[in-house]
Ligand binder design. Structure first.
Ligand code: F6P
Length: 554
């Protein structure tokens, strides 16, 4: 029987027990001391792969910690799990399907069987279809209803049909091609439609309705609004095909909406929404950077796939990052993980990784339906540096919780302005340094005395100035952002998330938790709009419904 159908309770494994004991022994471990007593620490705990450099030396770990974590990964059957994922086994057991986003970045000529059928020819066909579309838009051959070329592309989609494409297309703006602007319409809030449509002209706008299921409320409502707007601006039903295309695995629904069959790009049920930017869901990326750069993105991700599959766990970037996450979440009680990109172009990466991680690993039962005996996915949060330093870093430095942080920074900027990039890079490094070093009581007191304060003032202020330090972080350095390196970076986190799911024995590829809210939303909507007179199941919801109805009555 496949390992994922009967995962083991990880907390009973020998390596878990050993880690529990090791955690106690590490209680007084000091990173400061570890660095001063070992001049090789940086070399020992850092590695390069796929154009990324990972420094993980600022962690609460020794070589023994790493050995035990890797032993745990082995006891959980991680290598088998990786092979099973790449081979298309039904790892997404609750939906009885494989998770094969890795197939989307494999080279031409490779074979990937899904239930006995090679999916690679169709993957290639879709890439060719994308190439034709992107080429014709970029070359001005795709015309709107007044025969003018397309100037603006609007991606209508939410969740994975939004966050990944938005991250990548905006991160790779230095690679943007010939003047097609991409916009994103995700939320059902009419204000987002209003603000965006005010900037557009229907005759030169192409809408991509991007929805794997083609049943997502927000996307369908926005697509209908876009269609009404297009008609109101002078577009006709007959010319609709020039302005609306779709990416979906639900072709009948897309056609019922009015999208012409040959304007529908297929998606497959073996690609999860949050893993789909590599498919035709990535069309806005390709529209922004062109197909050859899009293919570079795929090859970057492929290089990380190979690294994940073949590197020894001790030298395996996704495995190391995943196991450090397990170390802090399960043995040090860390509840959240900060993602801190120090780069304007990467400013959306936290939002994408938030969905990737929290929708994948926000689970409470194992694949076999039994409860997990330990904490699973952390809260992922953060944002671009230096901005965060002037907002929430205070809590990272002096709050009561330990929050491991990932810093991500390129060495070279696309837009050097005097010494701004040197300052940006310096701030990134000084933040991880401050988290690690902290400021002890003696240092705080000495600093205050130097300012000439009275001893009473020194004693009063010292606890406020003290910073505990010893707070862990990773630093990921890229030479500069490129399609290839960004592909590797995003794939790195995909594999990190997958590795953790294997350790916990959970399914990283379903998302049943989001369904209840959607179902209840229909009932609340009917009550709000008066179509259904019955009361809500609880007083709170009923009271809030009445509040709305009272304001909108008559
Ligand atoms: O509701 C959650 C979710 O299903 C995500 O998993 C997905 O990325 C998003 O909604 C959008 O789904 P679709 O592409 O089917 O519109």
């Amino acid at each position: 029987m496949a390992y994922y159908e009967h995962p083991q309770d990880v907390t009973t494994l020998p390596a878990w027990q050993a880690l529990t004991r090791h955690r106690e022994a590490m209680q007084s471990f000091s990173m400061r001391d570890a660095f001063s007593s070992d001049s090789q620490r940086f070399d020992t705990f850092s590695l390069s792969s796929c154009g990324l450099f990972l420094d993980y030396s600022k962690n609460l770990m020794t070589a023994e910690t790493r050995d035990l974590l890797m032993q745990l990964a082995r006891e959980c059957g991680l290598q088998d799990a990786i092979e099973a994922m790449y081979a298309g086994e039904h790892l997404n057991a609750s939906e009885n399907r494989p998770a094969l986003h890795t197939a989307l970045r494999r080279p031409i000529g490779d074979k990937v069987l899904v239930d006995g059928e090679d999916v690679m020819p169709e993957v290639q066909q879709v890439l060719n279809k994308m190439t034709a579309l992107v080429g014709s838009v970029h070359d001005g051959l795709w015309r709107g209803y007044t025969e003018k070329p397309i100037t603006d592309v609007v991606n209508i989609g939410i969740g994975g049909s939004f966050l990944g494409p938005q991250l990548v297309s905006e991160a790779l703006l230095p690679f943007a091609q010939r003047g097609v602007r991409c916009h994103y319409l995700a939320n059902i809030d009419g204000s987002s439609f209003h603000e965006l449509s005010a900037k557009l002209r229907a005759e030169t706008t192409l809408f991509i309705v991007s929805s794997k299921s083609f049943s997502t409320l927000e996307t369908l409502k926005n697509a209908q609004a876009a269609r009404r707007w297009y008609l109101a601006q002078g577009g006709t039903e007959a010319e609709l095909y020039r302005h609306f295309i779709a990416v979906s695995s639900n072709k009948p629904a897309a056609m019922a909406f009015g999208i012409r069959e040959d304007n529908i790009f297929p998606m497959w049920d073996w690609v999860g929404g949050r893993y789909s930017l590599w498919s035709a869901i990535g069309l806005p990326i390709a529209m922004t950077i062109g197909m050859s750069n899009f293919k570079e993105l795929l090859s970057g991700a492929y290089s990380m796939d190979k690294h994940f599959q073949t590197a020894l766990f001790e030298e395996n970037m996704p495995v190391l990052m995943a196991m450090l996450g397990i170390w802090y979440g399960n043995f040090w009680d860390a509840q959240s993980q900060a993602i801190l990109p120090y780069d304007h172009y990467l400013r959306n990466i936290t939002k994408h990784l938030q969905q990737l991680d929290m929708e994948s690993n926000g689970k409470r039962v194992m694949q076999n339906g039994q409860p997990v005996n330990c904490d699973t996915g952390p809260v992922i949060w953060g944002g671009v540096g230096c901005n965060g330093q002037h907002a929430y870093h205070q809590l990272l430095h002096q709050g009561t919780q330990m929050i491991p942080a990932d810093f991500i920074v390129p060495v070279v900027s696309y837009n050097p302005v005097e010494d701004h990039h040197q300052w940006l890079y310096a701030n990134c490094l000084s933040q991880s340094q401050a988290l690690m070093l902290g400021k002890c009581r003696n240092e705080a007191e000495a600093e205050l005395r130097k300012q000439g304060l009275s001893e009473d003032q020194v004693q009063y202020l010292a606890p406020h100035k003290m910073i505990p330090g010893n707070r862990p972080s990773n630093t990921l350095v890229l030479e500069r952002i490129s399609p290839r390196r960004l592909g590797a970076l995003v794939a790195l986190y995909e594999h990190k998330v997958f590795t953790q799911s294997v350790i916990w024995g959970i399914n990283a590829f379903d998302q049943w938790g989001v369904e209840l809210g959607k179902e209840l939303g229909k009932g609340v909507y009917s009550r709000l709009t008066g179509a259904e007179a019955s009361t809500a199941e609880d007083q709170s919801t009923q009271g809030l419904i009445e509040f709305f109805r009272a304001r909108h009555r008559g």
